[in-house]
Ligand binder design. Structure first.
Ligand code: NAD
Length: 347
């Protein structure tokens, strides 16, 4: 029998969690010895950023308010300039994966410590990974120095997420957990995270969709997203993430919406070849996990098919061949004809 060694690494060193936790960010910066803080904030987080800068007082050095998806290097250069002019010595990112990605890009270039305050369920704050774009080409790097040392989860900051973003972002998180469950090299701890994350999304998301202002359900969903982000950091992602990246990168389709509409199709493809993951997901879903995920995805008022997102039918073959040629682990062999079938179902 071949050697089966598993490695488990944890990235966010410190996680602070709970309604109102935003108010504790200045204390976290004190622990880091920060004296001049650059706040990186998505426009949707402007109010939270103002609350934070007021609390920081003189320690607030500057705010950079225009992060962009997929971390274009020219935006990073402008933010770096702002950090230098402000003589910043620490970073706080408030927002979704785009704001957190920009802070990671600044941290790796300057060595500044970072506090991440996520406002979506994308999970970037839990990973040592950064995707950057230059001249339209996206490259991804992995380095423990990219991971924010401190993460502050405040569910109140997720209350402003509209129905569509809530749904697609939560299914994006669920996809990290699902793929960790069928990665044969995932550690016992990662599997435990993945089960708890899947349970959290499947239990809390329907409650949140019924009442977007339910802070208790939002807190459970955010907790699930944290663990799902840790799964993304620790496990190897398979066909689902390959498809999302191929479609997002080449055809410019939106990150979270792609994850949301693909997940049930990939589950249908892969689960028969992943009996252990299927058993765990069936337990947390209380029935057929494919049906549970499809029912959630169908609650999206926006596009629920690749065709509705604007993907031409002719792209399906090209994407299927590309993901079949790429090397990555997946429970079921990735065969171009079969993936084209899967994509046709999603189209
Ligand atoms: P995002 O950060 O681009 O946010 C999407 C939109 O939602 C933005 O307009 C944003 O302003 C808005 N928004 C964010 N939080 C909100 C809130 N609470 N209320 C209302 N509006 C809000 O999207 P995302 O899905 O969080 O992140 C996607 C980006 O992150 C992509 O670039 C992706 O590649 C990257 N990402 C990286 C990793 C990693 O590990 N490196 C993991 C996940 C995602």
């Amino acid at each position: 029998m071949g050697r089966q060694v598993r490695v488990h690494e944890v990235y966010a060193g410190r996680v602070v969690q709970g309604a109102g936790a935003l108010a504790l960010v200045p204390d976290e910066l004190d622990r880091l010895g920060a004296r001049r803080v650059l706040v990186v904030a998505a426009p949707s987080s402007a109010a939270a950023a103002r609350e934070l800068t007021q609390a920081l007082g003189e320690r607030h050095a500057a705010t950079f308010g225009r992060p962009v998806q997929h971390t274009p290097v020219e935006v990073t250069a402008r933010a770096l300039e702002a950090a230098r002019e402000a003589r910043a010595d620490a970073l706080v990112a408030i927002g979704g994966g785009s704001a957190i990605g920009l802070a990671k890009a600044l941290a790796i270039r300057t060595g500044m410590p970072q506090v991440a305050v996520p406002t979506t369920y994308a999970g970037s704050e839990a990973t040592p990974v950064l995707g950057e774009t230059e001249h339209g080409v996206k490259t991804t790097r992995r380095d423990p120095a990219l991971a924010p040392g401190t993460v502050v989860y405040d569910p109140e900051l997720t209350l402003s997420m509209p129905h569509g973003l809530t749904l697609t972002s939560a299914l994006n998180a669920l996809a990290h957990a699902v793929e960790a469950l069928w990665d044969e090299q995932a550690s016992a701890a990662t599997r435990a995270y993945a089960v708890e994350a899947a349970d959290g999304v499947l239990t809390a998301l329907p409650l949140v969709l019924d009442d977007l202002s339910d802070v208790g359900a939002r807190a459970r969903l955010q907790e699930a997203a944290w663990l799902a982000g840790a799964c993304l950091a620790q496990a190897r992602m398979g066909l689902h993430h390959q498809l999302a990246h191929a479609l997002g990168g080449t055809y410019g389709l939106p990150h979270a919406e792609l994850h949301a509409l693909l997940l049930a199709h990939v589950l249908r493809y892969d689960l028969p070849a992943a009996p252990d993951a299927a058993a765990r997901l069936t337990r947390v879903a209380g029935g057929d996990p494919v049906a549970a995920v499809a029912a959630l995805a169908a609650r999206h008022a926006g596009p629920t098919t690749l065709g509705a997102l604007g993907l031409p039918r002719t792209a399906l073959r090209e994407v299927a061949e590309r993901v079949a040629a790429a090397p990555y682990p997946n429970p079921r062999p990735v065969v171009a004809d079969e993936v084209e079938e899967l994509l046709l179902g999603a189209w």
